[in-house]
Design a protein around this ligand. Structure first.
Ligand SMILES: C[S@@+](CC[C@H](N)C(=O)[O-])C[C@H]1O[C@@H](n2cnc3c(N)ncnc32)[C@H](O)[C@@H]1O
Length: 267
């Protein structure tokens, strides 16, 4: 070892910083975890799992995780409040998850004026674009809500929505990021719990791998069946539909109990 390296090594060994590091960690951890979550490295499903474990765990949780979970609980509580104010008594609404610029939802709201339409997105700028469209058309039956999908599903009242649209969701094409895709078993279970039997999910993507995976997840899930004969009811073009080449669609129906399985083919 060179003399300079030796110097740094012995400096580190003697450094008080090294001894203080564990004391810093609880303060650094929330920043690191929040940063990773914002960058999308921590999937919401993982947080949901941690939230489920929270009351049962006797172990004290790391400060950062606890803060993240309490922030999540607060957001879900705010969404419950919003739902109580705006969705009371609504029975046949349309929910769009990841509504982006709101083009599809605004057209759906015009086409079905008797239905309440709710669009979710995590990006404020896109939601504002949807709100501007709503204002221009003077619509009263469409709402844009800044919310993460799993959090909104947890907060929303049961039997409110009869149709859920998921149009061009982020495909997360790399295999290592696949866990961040919206269509996961836990999410399908949570969504089914809030929908009446016969409710439909309309899913559309330009990503072949994601499409196949979604078909598989819906068809293998006991709460859902694919309905290959179901027509696509509201065929207005979304922003992402315009900028992507082609797409594939599937319609999944919320089962009464256990479903018969439907095969699914690409093309
Ligand atoms: C590729 S864009 C598609 C937007 C729109 N559906 C369209 O076709 O033009 C996907 C949208 O989903 C939103 N999104 C991604 N993950 C989400 C989540 N977990 N909850 C709610 N929105 C989400 C993104 O912010 C983005 O606006």
């Amino acid at each position: 070892m060179s003399r300079q390296k030796m110097y740094y090594f012995s400096y580190y060994r003697e450094s008080t910083l090294k001894n203080k590091a564990p004391a810093f960690l609880p303060f650094l951890l929330p920043v690191i975890v929040a940063g990773l979550y914002c960058m999308g490295y921590i999937p919401p499903e993982w947080l949901n799992k941690q939230a489920e474990q929270l009351p049962r765990s006797a172990e004290p949780m790391p400060v950062g995780l606890e803060r993240l979970l309490s922030a999540r609980r607060a957001r879900v509580q705010d969404l419950r409040q919003w739902c109580a104010e705006h969705l009371d008594g609504v029975a046949v609404g349309i929910l769009e998850i990841g509504c982006g610029h709101g083009r599809f939802l605004v057209e759906a709201a015009m086409r079905f004026p008797e239905k309440v339409c709710v669009g979710l997105d995590v990006l404020s700028r896109r939601l504002r674009s949807g709100e501007e469209k709503r204002e221009r058309r003077g619509l009263q039956n469409v709402f844009f809500v800044k919310a993460e999908a799993a959090e909104f599903v947890e907060a929303m009242p049961a039997k409110t929505f009869g149709a859920v649209y998921i149009l061009f969701p982020d495909p997360w094409p790399k295999r290592k990021h696949a866990a961040r895709r919206l269509i996961q078993n836990d999410f399908l279970t949570a969504l089914a719990a809030k929908l009446v039997p016969g409710s439909k999910v309309f899913f559309r993507t330009d990503d072949k791998v994601y499409y196949k995976e979604a078909c598989k997840r819906f068809s293998e899930h006991s709460h859902w069946s694919l309905d290959t004969h179901q027509p696509w009811p509201c065929d207005s073009t979304t922003y992402f539909e315009e900028v992507t080449g082609g797409y594939r669609s599937l319609v999944a129906v919320r089962n009464l109990l256990i479903s018969a399985k439907t095969p699914c083919h690409w093309g």
